[in-house]
Design a protein around this ligand. Structure first.
Ligand code: NAD
Length: 498
């Protein structure tokens, strides 16, 4: 399959695409009224017009979702039936994988190969997995006294507003849709204005798979318009948000100002990657750090952007890190061999340039990259960039850069490493590289992060929760735990007479 894909003319396929940016509400595309124009970050080509939803469009979508929820067309279907639909939805996603991967790459700049081989299978697996799970989830009977019976059941919440970012548009949408739909809710999804196309196709595929119209509505638009209207809407029961910490804060405010809807925030990160000198193969650690950071052009919430290395091995480690980073050239995302694609847009490129300038200004040592590249392509490309001699108080160590920039910080002792790693507003992920089993356990326990990796980094599976602590958020996507987010616990007392 890979060989066949490698030989396909993706540029020709991309030219034949006709992306449809119209909102999808109540089972149908909506006429394009207010809209914005979308260009590809790969080469600046025009992709088309995308609907710019506002309060009226959001209200229409929420009403449609509410009607669908209340009449039970999905919420009262048997779990086995919901399972069949979600499994078919996943199959259709895979059948459309070439089109979806092309859209994803053109829309937000990632290499097409990654979209095909990572984003598409992960998204389909997520939907199928929640479908598989939902007819195996039981309620409880409480151990009460004999004169009464207490049933504890889980009920769908109602209308869920999902607001997602642009870095993994399909995966982020499916992490919300899988558990929210499996549990019987209706959804209004607001994709990022930088990557709306695949979410819109998802809604069409869901209905083709048998999801009743109105259960999934997708309204593209700007954050402070459509996103704000959705989060303020009085008839939305919960917000599943993934995005920046700044906007996560707004989500809590919107909930407080409206109906106290639940807010599940999955936010930014500044993950620490600790390498101790007792690890037998620090070069493997360096290769892993580079591969994890530069994947998706560094636009990953869990990117290990703070690499902390014990001083005794820091020089050799950093040399290997630079060597590995050299392999991550930024190239046109439709070229099958591209190791990195383009940043999502010119604004993101400028923001990353700003951080690189700040790093140099604050005294970090630039070892590789630091420049925009592929100039003249019409796209927004940045070189893989490595900084050494970074200190934890510098902006490049404290703030989320969300681009291909990795920083090396040095430490002497374990206590210093742990203190430095935890000295961050974020707490999404972390890694410990050590062959001392006691140290690996000790440090893993001490790190304040939602996930800690030991002697690897990117292991991931739909079966495990994903989310952070501190200002990285409060929710958990994936795994059976995500079902809790989209259900309410109900207690029913039943009198039993003698
Ligand atoms: P963002 O916060 O700017 O936008 C996310 C979404 O919120 C978009 O749909 C946007 O339109 C909307 N939005 C923006 N302003 C809004 C407002 N005032 N009111 C309502 N909605 C608004 O984030 P981004 O730039 O799209 O994505 C990058 C961020 O996402 C990074 O911080 C990254 O770490 C984070 N992220 C986190 C995870 C995770 O699981 N923790 C996963 C992926 C990305």
């Amino acid at each position: 399959m890979t060989k066949q894909y490698a030989e396909m003319d993706w540029h020709a396929q991309a030219r034949a695409l006709q992306p449809d940016g119209r909102a999808y509400v109540d089972g149908a595309r909506q006429p394009l009224k207010m809209h914005f124009t979308k260009h590809s970050p790969l080469d600046g080509r025009l992709l088309g017009e995308v609907s710019r939803g506002g309060a009226a469009e959001i209200d229409q979508a929420v009403c449609s979702a509410r009607r669908a929820f209340e009449d039970g067309r999905w919420s009262r279907q048997a779990p086995t039936q919901r399972k069949r639909v979600l499994q078919r939805f996943a199959e259709l996603l895979l059948e459309a994988r070439e089109e979806l991967a092309l859209l994803e790459s053109l829309d937000m700049g990632k290499p097409l190969r990654n979209a095909l081989q990572v984003d598409l299978p992960a998204s389909a697996r997520c939907l199928a997995w929640y479908g598989e799970a939902i007819d195996k989830v039981y309620g409880e009977v409480a151990p009460t006294a004999a004169h009464a019976l207490a049933l504890i059941t889980r009920e769908p919440m109602g209308v869920i507003g999902c607001v997602v970012p642009w870095n993994y548009p399909l995966i982020m949408a499916c992490w919300k849709l899988g558990p929210a739909l499996a549990t019987g809710n209706s959804v209004v999804l607001k994709p990022s204005e930088k990557s709306s196309y695949t979410a819109l196709r998802l809604a069409e595929l869901a209905v083709e798979a048998g999801l009743p119209p109105g259960v999934l509505n997708v309204v593209p638009g700007l954050g402070h318009e459509a996103g704000e209207a959705l989060a303020l809407h009085p008839d939305v029961d919960a917000i599943g948000f993934t995005g920046s910490t700044r906007v996560g804060r707004c989500m809590l405010e919107y909930a407080a100002r409206s109906n106290l809807k639940r807010v599940y925030n999955e936010l930014g990160g500044k993950s620490a990657f600790l390498v101790f000198d007792d690890h037998a193969d620090p070069a493997a650690a360096a290769r892993t750090a580079a591969a994890s950071l530069f994947f998706n052009q560094g636009e990953s919430c869990n990117a290990p952007s703070r690499v902390m290395v014990q001083a005794s091995i820091a020089d050799a480690f950093t040399e290997q890190l630079v060597e590995s980073a050299r392999g991550f050239r930024a190239e046109h995302g439709l070229d099958w061999s591209a190791p990195m694609g383009a940043l999502v847009d010119e604004a993101q490129l400028r923001s990353v340039e700003g951080y690189i300038a700040a790093g140099a200004h604050e005294g970090a040592r630039l070892l590789l990259g630091g420049q925009r590249c592929q100039q003249g392509s019409g796209g927004s490309y940045m070189q893989a960039t490595v900084f050494d001699q970074v200190h934890n108080h510098m902006r490049i160590a404290r703030e989320e850069i969300f681009g291909p920039v990795i920083s090396v910080l040095r430490f002497e002792t374990e206590a210093e490493a742990v203190a430095m790693a935890n000295d961050s507003p974020y707490g999404l992920q972390a890694a410990v590289w050590s062959h001392d089993i006691n140290r690996a356990h000790r440090v893993s326990r001490a790190l304040r992060a939602g996930t800690v990796h030991v002697n690897q980094y990117d292991e991931d599976d739909i079966t495990v929760p994903f989310g952070g602590v501190k200002q990285s958020g409060n929710g958990r996507d994936k795994s059976l735990h995500a079902l809790d987010k989209y259900t309410e616990l109900k207690t029913t007392w039943i009198q039993i007479d003698d």
